[in-house]
Design a binder for this molecule. Structure first.
Ligand SMILES: [Zn+2]
Length: 332
């Protein structure tokens, strides 16, 4: 009998990733503040060069930690997805049994490796962006410090005060946060702080890893059907909650995971929806009715037109689904 499993919670792990950026931010801030407060007799260019080198080291360490995080967490979310799939499809009776039955095949390994690389690449984008922006800020601060010194010598105190205002510790901290630690600038020109960006990437990629775990477990057991999880989402996704879908596009008359993903109506960035593998024969009648109600209410006509009533659906054979796995392995 199908029962929706508890939603996996990765909040602590996601916070850990975000904290790596916060730690790097603090270290970089200390360096810049020290640099701008140097004695007039000191050579600021020498100091600037040393600060830039140290920033490079901090950001390289950040990348190393990010890579380790991706490797561990993406794999974990994938394994959680696999175990959850065995449970929801009635292929294991307890979670402990499901965890034990999980296979880590070549297909799993290739899928996980691709997901890890993908996640790390997105995080790397943020670090590279930050590196560039922070270096710019260091150069700006250097030239401002030099200008303040020059104004002081000429007695131009009003201008000096204006620049000095930008150079208080607090102002520098603000500038570093708003202009330096930028993950990305999106298509609409919005700046995403590294904190918001890394949080979004982590949440989105762990969800995807979970989905892929479910999908691969299904392929290996010859099962293609899944149901979209329900948590009464406030956004457009809620229209898909409880809908039965085809994980690999092998079941005619059901929407596939990929086409829903491509439509952007569900499984968007930060989306919390999961998929649960099912065995249609064991799926409760009440939940089949829920699926039919959701389909009837779906406002997206082109998607809706693709869906057939459940009693007209021909579930693909185990062999068809397993053969799909061989094609995938060749593709990867
Ligand atoms: Zn969603």
């Amino acid at each position: 009998m199908y029962q929706e499993p508890a939603k996996p919670n990765y909040d602590n792990d996601i916070n850990k990733l975000v904290s790596y950026y916060q730690k790097a931010y603090k270290e970089v801030l200390t360096l810049i503040v020290d640099m701008k407060n140097i004695d007039a007799a000191d050579n600021i260019y020498q100091r600037q060069a040393s600060v830039l080198r140290q920033i490079e080291v901090i950001l390289t360490q950040l990348n190393t930690k990010n890579k380790a995080w991706c490797t561990e967490m993406v794999r974990q979310a994938f394994l959680d997805g696999q175990a959850s799939a065995l449970l929801t499809a009635g292929l294991a009776t307890t979670l402990a049994e499901a965890v034990q039955d999980v296979q880590f095949s070549m297909l799993s390994r290739n899928t996980v490796d691709a997901l890890i690389n993908d996640t790390y690449k997105d995080l790397l984008k943020a670090t590279n962006n930050t590196s560039e922006q922070v270096k710019k800020l260091v150069q700006q601060v250097t030239s401002e410090v030099l200008r303040v010194r020059a104004m002081q010598n000429y007695g131009l105190n009003t201008i000096r005060r204006d620049i000095a205002r930008e150079l208080t510790n607090k102002a520098v901290a603000n500038r570093l946060e708003k202009d330096g630690f930028i993950g990305i600038v999106d298509k609409a020109g919005r700046r995403w702080s590294t904190k918001r960006y890394s949080d979004m990437i982590a949440r989105t990629k762990l969800s995807q890893a979970h989905v892929q775990g479910v999908r691969v477990a299904g392929i290996e057991r010859g099962k293609d059907l899944a149901v979209i999880s329900t948590h009464n989402a406030p956004d457009e996704c809620s229209g898909f909650e409880g809908m039965i879908i085809s994980m690999n596009g092998l079941t005619e008359g059901l929407l596939s995971y990929q086409e829903i993903y491509n439509s952007n109506k569900c499984f968007h960035p930060n989306c919390q929806h999961k998929v649960h593998l099912i065995n249609l024969d064991l799926f409760p009648a009440a939940l089949k009715e829920k699926h039919s109600r959701k389909v009837a209410a779906l406002p997206h006509k082109p998607l809706k037109a693709r869906i057939k009533p459940l009693d007209k659906i021909k579930v693909p054979s185990k062999e068809t689904v397993k053969n799909h796995s061989e094609q995938l392995e060749m593709l990867i």
